[in-house]
Each structure stands twice: as structure tokens, then as C-alpha cells.
Ligand binder design. Structure first.
Ligand SMILES: C[S@@+](CC[C@H](N)C(=O)[O-])C[C@H]1O[C@@H](n2cnc3c(N)ncnc32)[C@H](O)[C@@H]1O
Length: 292
């Protein structure tokens, strides 16, 4: 797609002049959003990456992100070739490098990659391999290369079928996939987008959940539903799947002072049979061996 493509909005067409050719309209829109996002969050470059999630002996099994790291550390990342698609500001890439992994990572946004690269340098992890490219076409990587792929909040921004096909291509047979992603079953999504929720309940809850801050939601993101998650699952052998967030992030904020509620939430989700949990959860934690 070029800057002359009539399908592009005029502002995106101007942007396309400075961006790699061949991106889809969705990728260009994501790129434009993350350009402003990186500019607005420029101070993040001075924020050191928090390491308690990899160093603390007190674990938080009720939290999906902490549980993700439990699985990553159980997989023994030291010395492994690890890929992190969509690095954002680099936190996970830097932590995996601190755990001794040989990390490769990329993002669609060159601005985010620049911030991540500088944070890695300051964290003493200049050996991380950073690239700028779309997840749907990982042209810089050869086949059968990676031992471990870690997804964090990236799949709702990408074409899942194309991205998973690329992940399977670049992974070694027997490699491990681990991810923690936003998720909503289509039934709940219908309720979420119904008129009363959209007009009344959501605006009220949004203020409470985000504490008055503007939520980080791009125009093109699309929470993965059960059909899209089936594509991810098809790439996993011996899959271990857990759903989190019945009410956390929906009815109460995901913040430390609400950890008592998050524990109850997790206990409820843990006792629910998987088909029910898959209808109720707002996050999915998954791991398994790549099916290839
Ligand atoms: C919600 S952020 C998550 C970043 C990071 N994984 C984290 O958890 O902090 C989504 C990231 O995906 C990137 N992105 C969006 N579309 C992409 C695509 N098609 N290929 C690669 N990265 C993409 C954005 O630039 C952004 O950095």
C-alpha cells in the first residue's frame, strides 16, 4: 500500500510517505497512534524497568501478569533464544534478558523501539536485538530459530492468523509459547457494546477503573474472542489455558489496593469449568509447545 492508495485517510497517506511500504491500513493506523503515544509518554525513557516480578520470592498467583512470569521462569529462559513480538517500551524484553535469555524483539513503532533500546542500554542489556517490523511478516528472522516466544498484550493489535503463522515458522520444533493477553468472549462483548452499557454503565465505570486517566485504547485494537483464541490454541500442543478477570478491570481496578478483590476473582475463575471461564474471563494466560 502506498501514500497514493485512495483507501487511506489523508492524514495516514501523509504518514505513509515516511513509513515502510507494504503496511496495511490497520498497521498504518496503529503506527500513527503509537507515534503520538510514544511522544506523549517520552518520560518513560527515564523509568527503570521494575524487577520485583522476577526477583521477589512472594508470588501473586491471582494476577495474570505475575502468573505469566511464573510460567516464563519455570520454562528456564536462561541461554534460550527468546522472541517478544511487539515490545512497546521494552519492559519484558529487558526482564527476559536479565533472566539470561538471548532476546530478540520488535515493534511496528520505531519510536517505541528507540525508547526500548535506550532503556535496555541503561539497564545494562544492550545485547537485546531490536527490530522495527510488523508481527504479520517477521522478515528479519529465519525459520526454526526461537526456543521461546512470549506474548504480552499484543495479539489484539495484529492479524492473529498471519502472526501465528509467522510465530510457528520462526520457532524451533519443540519450542515453547507463553502469553498473557486481553480477551473477551463474543457473548460478553455483545453485552459490553449494548446501548445501556455503552451509554451509561461503561462511562461511569471507566472513570472508576482508570482513575480519571485516559485509557490506552487504539482505534484498531480488537480484544481477542473465542474464535481468534482458537487460532492461537491451534498453534499449541499440550496447551495450558487459564482465564483471569471476571470483574477485575471491568468492575474494579487492577491496582494493588484491590488485591483482596483480585484474589476472590481469581478463586472464582479457578473453580469455574473451562467453558464457563472462557465465557467470563477478560484475560487469557496460555502456554504450550509449538505445534509444528
Ligand atoms: C498494548 S502495546 C503492548 C506493548 C508491550 N507488549 C507491553 O506489554 O508493554 C501494543 C504494542 O503493539 C505494537 N503493534 C501494534 N500493531 C503491531 C503490529 N502489527 N506488529 C508489531 N507491533 C505492533 C504497538 O506499537 C505497541 O507497542
Amino acid at each position: 500500500m502506498t501514500e497514493h492508495d485512495p483507501r487511506l485517510k489523508p492524514d495516514l497517506a501523509a504518514e505513509a510517505a515516511e513509513t515502510p511500504p507494504g503496511l496495511t491500513a490497520r498497521q498504518l493506523s496503529e503506527l500513527e497512534f503509537h507515534r503520538s503515544h510514544a511522544a506523549a509518554r517520552a518520560e518513560v525513557i527515564d523509568l527503570p524497568v521494575s524487577t520485583d516480578i522476577i526477583t521477589s520470592s512472594e508470588r501473586r498467583p491471582w494476577n495474570a501478569y505475575w502468573s505469566l512470569y511464573d510460567r516464563i521462569m519455570a520454562a528456564g529462559p536462561a541461554g534460550k533464544r527468546v522472541l517478544i513480538p511487539g515490545c512497546g517500551f521494552g519492559d519484558d524484553a529487558i526482564r527476559l534478558a536479565m533472566l539470561g535469555a538471548e532476546v530478540s524483539t520488535f515493534d511496528l513503532s520505531p519510536e517505541s523501539v528507540e525508547i526500548a533500546r535506550e532503556r535496555a542500554r541503561r539497564a545494562g542489556q544492550a545485547g537485546i536485538d531490536f527490530r522495527v517490523m510488523p508481527a504479520e511478516s517477521m522478515a528479519d528472522y529465519s525459520a526454526d530459530h526461537f526456543d521461546l516466544v512470549v506474548f504480552v498484550d499484543i495479539l489484539h493489535h495484529v492479524d492473529i492468523a498471519a502472526t501465528m503463522a509467522e510465530v510457528v515458522r520462526v520457532m524451533q520444533p519443540g519450542g515453547t509459547i507463553i502469553g498473557d493477553e486481553l480477551y473477551t468472549h463474543s457473548l460478553l462483548q455483545r453485552i459490553r457494546t449494548s446501548a445501556p452499557v455503552e451509554r451509561i454503565a461503561y462511562p461511569l465505570l471507566q472513570r472508576f477503573i482508570y482513575d480519571g486517566e485516559t485509557p490506552y485504547i487504539t482505534p484498531d485494537e480488537n480484544k481477542i474472542d473465542e474464535a481468534e483464541f482458537a487460532i492461537v490454541r491451534a498453534a499449541l500442543r499440550d496447551a495450558r489455558i487459564d482465564f483471569f478477570g471476571l470483574a477485575e478491570g471491568r468492575l474494579f481496578p487492577s491496582r494493588p489496593r484491590w488485591s483482596w478483590a483480585a484474589r476472590i476473582d481469581r478463586a472464582l475463575m479457578d473453580t469455574a469449568p473451562e467453558p464457563l471461564a472462557a465465557r467470563l474471563g477478560s484475560r487469557v494466560l496460555f502456554s504450550g509447545t509449538v505445534a509444528k
